[in-house]
Design a protein around this ligand. Sequence first.
Ligand SMILES: Cc1cc2nc3c(=O)[nH]c(=O)nc-3n(C[C@H](O)[C@H](O)[C@H](O)COP(=O)(O)OP(=O)(O)OC[C@H]3O[C@@H](n4cnc5c(N)ncnc54)[C@H](O)[C@@H]3O)c2cc1C
Length: 410
Amino acid sequence: MTGQIVIAGAGVAGATAARTLRDAGYSGRIVLVGAESHAPYRRPMVSKDLLAGTRDVGRCLLEPETYWAGNGIELRVATTVTDIDTDHGRVWLSSGEALGYDSLLLATGARARRLEQHPPVRVRTLRGVGDIAALRAAIDSGPLLIVGGGLVGLEVAATARGLGAEVHILHAGAAPLDRVVPQEVSELVQYLHAEHGVRIDSNVRLTGIEQIDTRGVVATATDGRTWTGSSALVAIGAEPDTALARTAGIAVDAGILVDEWYRTSAAGVFAAGDVARRFTAHRGRHERSEHWNSALAQGAAAAKSMLGQPVTELELPWGWTTQYGVSLQFAGWMQSREELVVRGAIESRNFTVLALSGGALVGAITVGRPRDIRAARELIATGAVLPSADWADEAVDLTRIVQAPLPVRR
Ligand SMILES: Cc1cc2nc3c(=O)[nH]c(=O)nc-3n(C[C@H](O)[C@H](O)[C@H](O)COP(=O)(O)OP(=O)(O)OC[C@H]3O[C@@H](n4cnc5c(N)ncnc54)[C@H](O)[C@@H]3O)c2cc1C
C-alpha cells in the first residue's frame, strides 16, 4: 500500500487516522498538518487539568513527541492547509508548500462560537491550549461570568471554583446541560454547582456583553437584568470548521457532509470528527457529534475507508464530562426517547438513566457506573428489545444482556 495521504487537522480525529493507517500496514507517505503549535494533545484536558495548571501540555499528548517521526508520519505543527485543488489532488500549506494526495482527510474540527458582537478584551472563548493563558488570567483577576451552561461552561466553572474564583453562569436554556441530559439529571448538575457556590441563572436571553471600563464587563438580558464580572467566558457551543471544504466546493451543510464511509462529495476527499456530518443508515439522516470518543472512532474508521476496507460499526455519540470530581458519561440519542427508566437513585450520584424507544435502548447516561455505559453502547448498536420493567430492574445486569441473544429491532 503506497501513495500519499494528507490529513488536514492534527486533533484526535486526524492523529488517530494517521496512526490507524500505519497500524494497518499503509507504507506510503503520510503528512499530518496541524494549525496549533503543539503535537496532538487531549483537548478535554483544556477545561480541566490544563486550565487548573495541575498538568502541562507535555503530559497531555496523545502520543510521545517522538512517535510521529518514529513511525514515518510527517507532522507539521503551526501550519494550516490553506487551499485544495480537488480536480488535481493537491493542497497548499501556509508554509507555501504544495502537496499532491491520493487521499485527503479533512479533520479540521470545530471553533468556539462567538457572540454576534464579541468585545475584543475581557471576553474569552476556550477551544485549545492557546486560549488557556488569557482565561486563566481572567479567572485569577476576579468574578467570572460564564455565558453558557453546556459542557465547557460547566467544566470551566468547576475548575475556576477549584482555583477560588467567584463564578456566575448565565444559561439560555431551561436548565444546565438541557440539550444533553433529561431534567432529573440537569437538576443534579444544578445542585452540584450550587453546592460548590456557583449560581446558574437559566432562561437568560442576552442582548450582549459590554466592557464597562478597564476593570470589568456587564452582561445585559432582554428583560433588563444585568450581571457584572471582571471578565466573561462565552461558552455557547462550537461551529464546525468548514471554511477549507467550502472554499474547495465540497458539499457542506452544518458540517462537511460525508456518507457512511466518510467520503465527501469530492473524489478522494474524506472527513471525520467534529467537522463531519455523517450519514447513518440506521438513523436515516446526517448527524454530527462533538465528543472525544466519537472523533477518535471516526478518525480510525475514516482511515480504514481510505484504505478501501469496510466500515461496518454503528458509530454512536459517546462522551463524558467531569465536574467537581463527578464523572457523567453518556451514549446514544437521549432525545429520541419515548420513555426513560432509572436504575439506582439520581440523588445518590450512583445511577444509570436509560432512554427507550419501542422497547429498544436508544441512549444512556450514568454517574458512577461505567460498566453500564459500555454495555449500553453495545445494546444500542445491536437494537436489543426488552420489556421496560427489565430495563429498569437492577437485578438484570446490562452486561449479561449483551451476552444473551435477544430479539432485535431494526
Ligand atoms: C475545552 C473542551 C473540553 C472538552 N471536554 C470534553 C470531554 O470532557 N469529553 C468529551 O467527550 N469531549 C470533550 N470535548 C470535545 C472533544 O474535545 C472534541 O469532540 C474533539 O477534540 C474533536 O476532535 P477533532 O479531531 O474532530 O477536532 P479538534 O479537536 O477541533 O481538532 C481539529 C484540529 O484541526 C486544526 N485545523 C483547523 N483547520 C485547519 C487547517 N485548515 N489546517 C490544519 N489544521 C487545521 C485545529 O486547529 C485543530 O487543532 C471538549 C472540547 C473542548 C473544546
